[in-house]
Write a protein that binds this ligand. Structure first.
Ligand SMILES: Cc1cc2nc3c(=O)[nH]c(=O)nc-3n(C[C@H](O)[C@H](O)[C@H](O)COP(=O)(O)OP(=O)(O)OC[C@H]3O[C@@H](n4cnc5c(N)ncnc54)[C@H](O)[C@@H]3O)c2cc1C
Length: 602
């Protein structure tokens, strides 16, 4: 059983060079009974405790955020990812994604508090802690008796996270470290009991992680609450450590391992942040269509206008694509963890390596979904017209809350460059064979194209053929760029960003197609009309982006005949035999969302 699974399970980044069968992707429609119950109880909590009181969050009622976090703890929502041994529920990766997803529906203030606590505030201990550290701290964090926060960023160390100046000095008796430094933008700082703090010992190249209990009498003080654009009730403060004594046994992992811990915690954080944009998006689509169904102008509900239908369709498509890709990757991670555990790895090691394997996908998802939620909320504001600009209506806060997702957990610029950088590194290490396929594409460019007209009668046969060619665009562009610049490629940031956009669109489009194909096969094509339209529309939009980004990349580094040949390749690889009627697709999707008076594809 495990062997079969392992054979079918692609490594991170391999989606580019290996075909995935639709039967091998996990989709939201595959949730089991337990997962559905988890989702429903999360929704019930959100509706009752968060959505119904959104004004309190907007009024910066931090105490209410804390109260909701405590109740989330009582309901077990903070312990989903925590192993049973440490009094958690020990549920799989997909279940933990589900909770992050559905808890995001009402307010970014709460999902930030939730994510900072359950993710970066707790995971470093479950993933890197000693047995004693885990027994001491994790049960308290899992139950919500204690809350965690994560102190990496400093005034001078943001994206360059390993450059922090916070110092940890070992005492003469060797029993404790004394930590001194200033941390900035720390979520949950105002009510947390424990900080994960990164500091430098002597002149070490890399920082070290520590578990620091929040005790004001131990040299810990806080700045005022930051005045922010959105997520108003998420507590964000500076944290000052002034000779804060931390027992040596509270070091996380080893000296100098902090940067690795920080990055691995962020890998998990990134995919979960992507999930934590999804329910926010669904609710914005639902609020948008409800308004459009009711609002009458020119004697007709505005939903009847093509301009509004286009927005509703694009919003729904982006949401559906985000769902498709997030749960595909989540299950890959869950399966990889299971395989590693079956091979004898501890849960801790298995989880670390399982997530690390899909770090490329985690970055892709973080970028794609954080930008989709922003686009969705922006169009939501537009559908509401003047009311979209009003703080009394739901869109204004949703728009402001969405903005942070592009900044934290590594900015989208950093994550774009990471996704391509990690892929190139994997190829260099031989973990993903990009060279072979890239050479084949280069050979194909020199050859004569086939003029056969393929048979595209089967569902998605043309789309899958196109997708396979879009992958060739990436291989052509990235392959030539690596050949030209070698390790210097990283210096060519705009080229890296263009390549990342191509990579992102391929993963998102493929995930959307595979989910829909799987569902069309099992539920019947007739039952999946709007979903098929969504997969087709996503692919069309992705192809347009790839054409633009591909061209930009090619003409930035190739000249003369080489440029001409690559541009011809780009044209050939992005060509439709039968152009989809995107207006008809959009109308079909919007009509379904309008008829359901909400987003009902999850
Ligand atoms: C509300 C909020 C909550 C947060 N919560 C936490 C938390 O709980 N714990 C924590 O440790 N941190 C937290 N952060 C910090 C957050 O992770 C950082 O703000 C983020 O990593 C960016 O760092 P920075 O703000 O210093 O921006 P900078 O690093 O100064 O970046 C500024 C701009 O330059 C770009 N840039 C930087 N370096 C490069 C490069 N090499 N190449 C190309 N472009 C580059 C960035 O993409 C960005 O557009 C939070 C921030 C906010 C706003």
């Amino acid at each position: 059983m495990e062997t079969i699974q392992q054979d079918n399970l692609l490594r991170g980044g391999q989606f580019l060079v290996k075909e995935t069968k639709c039967e091998d992707v996990f989709t939201l429609e595959d949730l089991n009974e337990e997962q559905r119950m988890m989702r429903d109880s999360t929704k019930e909590f959100v509706d009752r405790k968060l959505w119904a009181h959104w004004e309190r969050f907007e009024k910066k009622d931090y105490a209410y955020t804390e109260e909701c976090m405590r109740e989330a703890g009582e309901l077990g929502l903070l312990s989903v990812a925590v192993p049973e041994k440490y009094e958690g529920m020990g549920m799989g990766f997909v279940s933990t994604m589900l909770v992050c997803d559905y808890i995001s529906g009402a307010t970014g203030s709460f999902s930030t508090a939730f994510g900072a606590h359950t993710g970066i505030g707790t995971m470093p201990i479950t993933l890197y802690g000693t047995e004693e550290q885990k027994m001491k701290y994790v049960p308290k964090l899992a139950s919500g008796e204690w809350f965690g926060a994560y102190c990496l960023t400093e005034p001078g160390a943001g994206s360059d996270a390993n450059s922090g100046k916070t110092k940890a000095v070992l005492s003469e008796d060797g029993k404790h470290y004394s930590i001194t430094g200033q941390k900035m933008w720390i979520s949950n700082a105002g009510f947390c009991n424990l900080f994960i703090v990164f500091a430098r010992i002597e002149d070490d190249k890399n920082i070290t992680g520590f578990i620091v209990e929040n005790d004001p009498s131990n040299g810990i003080s806080l700045g005022d609450e930051e005045k922010k654009l959105g997520i108003h009730s998420s507590s964000t403060r500076q944290v000052f450590f002034n000779e804060t004594k931390v027992p040596v046994e509270n070091m996380l992992s080893e000296r100098g391992n902090g940067f690795k811990i920080a990055m691995n915690a962020l890998n998990v954080g990134r995919i979960k942040l992507a999930a934590a944009c999804l329910e926010a998006q669904r609710r914005v689509v639902t609020e948008g269509v409800k308004y459009a169904n009711e609002r009458v102008q020119f004697k007709t509900p505005i939903i009847n206008f093509g301009a509004i239908k286009a927005k509703i369709a694009d919003m729904a498509v982006n949401t559906y694509a985000g769902e498709s890709a997030c749960y595909r990757a989540a299950k890959n991670i869950e399966d990889r963890i299971a395989i590693r555990q079956a091979d004898g790895n501890s849960h801790q090691e298995a989880e670390l390596k399982g997530v690390e394997e899909y770090a490329i996908e985690c970055s892709i998802l973080k970028v794609a979904v954080s930008e989709d939620v922003q686009q969705t909320t922006d169009e939501g504001v537009q559908i509401f017209g003047g009311m979209g600009f009003s703080a009394d209506a739901p869109m204004e806060k949703a728009w402001r809350d969405a903005r942070i997702a592009r900044i934290y957990e590594g900015t989208n610029e950093i994550n774009r460059m990471l996704s391509v950088g990690m892929l190139v590194k994997k190829a260099m290490k031989g973990h993903v064979d990009l060279l072979g396929p890239a050479t084949a594409v280069a050979d194909e460019l020199m050859g004569i194209p086939s003029f056969d007209t393929p048979d595209f009668s089967e569902l998605f046969s043309e789309e899958k053929d196109l997708l396979a060619r879009l992958k060739k665009v990436f291989l052509m562009v990235a392959g030539s760029a690596v050949q030209k610049f070698g390790p210097e490629l990283e210096q060519h940031q705009q080229l890296m960003l263009a390549a990342a956009d191509i990579l992102i669109e391929i993963y998102m489009a493929e995930s959307t197609l595979l989910r829909t194909e799987k569902n069309a096969k099992r539920f019947g094509q007739d039952n999946q009309g709007p979903q098929i339209a969504m997969a087709q529309l996503y692919l069309y939009n992705a192809t347009e982006t790839i054409i633009r980004k591909g061209k930009e990349a090619i003409i930035s580094f190739a000249e003369g005949d080489e440029q001409r040949m690559m541009l011809m390749g780009l044209k050939r690889f992005t060509k439709y035999t039968n152009n989809p009627n995107v207006v008809a697709l959009r109308n079909q999707i919007a009509d379904k969302v309008a008829a359901d008076n909400g987003y009902t594809f999850d």
